[in-house]
Design a protein around this ligand. Structure first.
Ligand code: GUN
Length: 279
């Protein structure tokens, strides 16, 4: 039977250690603070943002939320980001995506100063990751790397296949694994014979957003399977991209949804905020 990569447990351990660091920072007069901007009323975003605020509260990170109407113009959003960039008491700024289509999300991410870009989406931090330099790394890929590290899964020389090429997960995930000397393949909606490619994976990472997308015939015996999918079914149940019951028995390690990558994403956001506050 496979070993479960328990993100919930590791995330708890990381949060406990961060709480100690936050207490130390407070003794030095630094009170770490996250500012979250949400535009509109996306239901999934509301859940993500609530989970992030709960984690901040648990660790002792101060938290301020800015809820903007979906009718706002770009100037208003940029003005808020500029104010938060300049505020001494704010260490991390997070713009929850998605935002309405008429707003330029790339410009917004670029406008968050790199030192407060705890999501790692500013092109400066993306560039640093590409050059394997210190900076802020996108929280989900960062969390996946921590999970692999915790379970002593060496990625050097391994074939890592990522399904999904988003700026938030797929691309930075590939870069993180490349920085650790894995051989990388990124698959996407135009990829031909996907199952043949995924079957070559020693490490398979799915970030597609489709329930039960990854089936047993796509997975090599003994592979490590990481499920980044967070798909909410009509009944409200959260499921991943991987058909767990079918796939798990042939893997060496696998993550569950919930309790896998999700909690790690939040733990790494907290890690990035504490880092920003300590800089
Ligand atoms: N939307 C979905 N995932 C994320 C994330 O990690 N950060 C932000 N800012 N928005 C998201």
């Amino acid at each position: 039977m496979p070993k479960i990569l328990d993100g919930k447990e590791l995330a708890q351990k990381i949060r406990s250690n961060l709480k100690i660091k936050v207490d130390e920072l407070k003794l030095e007069g630094i009170h770490p603070k996250l500012a979250v901007i949400m535009v509109g009323e996306d239901p999934s975003s509301k859940i993500y943002v609530r989970n992030k605020s709960k984690a901040c509260e648990e660790i002792g990170i101060e938290y301020e939320e800015f809820l903007l109407k979906d009718t706002i113009q770009m100037e208003e959003l940029l003005k808020l980001i500029d104010t938060l960039n300049k505020r001494q008491d704010v260490h991390g700024i997070l713009l929850q995506s998605p935002i309405p289509n008429n707003l330029d999300i790339n410009l917004a991410f670029k406008s968050i100063v790199p030192e407060k870009d705890v999501d790692g989406f500013n092109p400066v931090n993306v560039g640093r990751l590409c050059l394997n330099q210190d900076g802020f790394v996108s929280c989900t890929p960062f969390g996946v790397m921590k999970l692999l590290e915790e379970y002593n899964i060496d990625v050097e020389g391994k074939n890592a296949v990522i399904i999904g090429r988003s700026n938030i997960v797929g691309k930075p995930m590939a870069q993180c694994l490349l920085n650790k000397n894995a051989t990388i393949t990124i698959c996407h909606s135009k990829t031909k014979e996907l199952d043949k490619i995924t079957k070559t994976a020693d490490i398979l990472i799915s970030a597609v957003g489709r329930p039960k997308f990854v089936k047993k015939n796509m997975v090599k015996e003994g592979a490590v399977v990481i499920d980044v999918g967070t798909n909410r079914l009509e009944d409200g149940k959260l499921v991943g991209d991987v058909d767990f019951d079918e796939v798990a028995p042939i893997t060496s390690y696998i993550t569950k949804v919930p309790g896998g990558v999700g909690p790690m994403t939040i733990a790494m956001l907290m890690t990035n905020i504490v880092k920003a506050a300590g800089m």
